[in-house]
Ligand binder design. Structure first.
Ligand code: PLP
Length: 399
């Protein structure tokens, strides 16, 4: 029996379809990799995954998950502080801290949860959190929640605008704690945060800097240790949040890496820790193995960088104008949402999977297709994808 809510939603869904913004899920029947088996499509080149280092089907990563299933069973059946903490959680947290260059870390079931926990647990009503305008949705929602829970003040600075940030820091000088939050790599732009300036500004104004390195962990820096390594500033960011669901094996999970005090306080008080189960041990073990593979073979990071540079240069040489940048996220702006979705569908018809993003994920009128490159792509994968871009771009008169 359909109720009034079902009928209202059906009408709105119909409108999404009419507007060309309805998202269809594609089902994969193989591990995530540079090429996948997509139901109804056969073999497809993936240019839309966060599997930056090709670790999600790495034999060592898969074997670690299987071994943990045998050793620890399926799950924790409890929250951390009761009896849901396994030794593999401690090993993972030590590895995360070692990787990103902090004293300690604490894992969560997602980086969404880590971002929700950070301002909402560490701030109070005399504090303020100041956020970059283009920060990820999990940061935005984490701040909304923090405001509701703690009554802290909130402010937003124009994207990457240090002068605007400084104005907000000066205006809030009487607050007890001022927390500034930025993405390390902005996921829809592929742009890198201006970390040296942000660190300097936060030091000058005695503010705490939080960097969400979800797209930078495993990606930036000579050995994949993130935005801080990219700028030669390891150990200089107060709090780093990141995901285990992208470069580090891609299963799920996230972490906060910071001082021992911050991590201990989150263990004591963060609501997603206190009222929700820990990461499944299989996932923790796979993520731990991913970090160990990365540490043993930083050449994957060099390969990723080389692949990204090649794809970007070739895309430009065939006439596209991707947003400028140096990361493996390469967006091509198309304008309207329907145009981005149409281009991604035409590319899929050519055997290349690239997602189109529109409003509200990106601002109105700035819909785009976003290419993401992996170290696992071969030159043949990239050339085949470029040939599809040339064909579709010509058909749509984009090049
Ligand atoms: C910048 C950023 N932060 C946080 C997240 C959420 O990560 P998770 O999938 O671990 O919840 C994402 C995922 O898209 C992201 O891009």
């Amino acid at each position: 029996m359909k109720n009034d809510l079902d009928r209202r939603l059906a009408g709105e869904l119909e409108q999404f379809r009419n507007d060309g913004v309805y998202k269809r899920l594609n089902y994969l029947d193989s591990p995530q990799g540079p090429r996948v088996r997509m139901e109804g499509r056969g073999d497809v080149i993936i240019l839309s995954s966060n599997n930056y280092l090709g670790l999600s089907d790495d034999p060592a990563v898969v074997a670690a998950g299987k071994a943990a299933l045998d050793r620890f069973g399926a799950g924790t059946a409890s929250v951390r502080f009761i009896c849901g903490t396994f030794t593999v959680h401690r090993a993972l947290e030590q590895a995360c801290a070692r990787l990103v260059g902090t004293e300690a870390s604490l894992s969560f079931v997602s980086c969404w949860n880590a971002n929700e926990a950070t301002p909402g647990t560490l701030l109070g009503e005399n504090d303020i959190v100041i956020s970059d305008q283009l920060n990820h949705a999990s940061i935005i929602d984490g701040i909304r929640l923090a405001k509701a829970i703690t009554r802290c003040q909130t402010a937003v600075y124009r994207h990457a605008d240090l002068a605007d940030l400084e104005e907000k820091l000066i205006a809030s000088k009487d607050r007890r704690t001022r927390m500034v939050i930025t993405d390390g790599i902005f996921s829809m732009e592929g742009a890198i945060a201006k970390l040296p300036d942000l660190v300097a500004l936060c030091r000058k104004h005695h503010a705490v800097l939080v960097v969400d390195d979800s797209h930078a962990t495993g990606v930036l820096g000579a050995t994949g240790r993130g935005t801080a390594e990219h700028f030669g500033m390891l150990g200089e960011v107060d709090i780093i949040t990141s995901t285990l669901g992208k470069a580090l094996g891609g299963a799920a999970g996230g972490f906060v890496a910071a001082s021992a005090e911050v991590c201990d306080y989150l263990t004591q008080r963060a609501r997603p820790q206190l009222f929700s189960n820990a990461l499944p041990p299989t996932v923790a073990a796979s993520a731990l193995a991913s970090i160990e593979v990365l540490e043993a073979s930083p050449d994957r990071v060099a390969r990723l960088r080389e692949n990204a540079r090649y794809f970007r240069d070739q895309l430009i040489s065939i006439g596209f104008k991707p947003l400028a940048g140096e990361t493996p996220i390469i967006p091509v702006i198309l304008g309207e949402t329907a145009a981005a979705i149409r281009m991604s569908e035409m590319l899929l018809d050519e055997g290349v999977f690239v997602t189109g993003f529109g409003f509200p994920v990106v601002p109105q009128g700035q819909a785009r297709v976003r290419c993401q490159i992996s170290s696992a792509h071969t030159r043949q994968d990239l050339d085949q994808a470029l040939a599809a871009f040339r064909k579709v771009g010509t058909r749509l008169s984009l090049i």
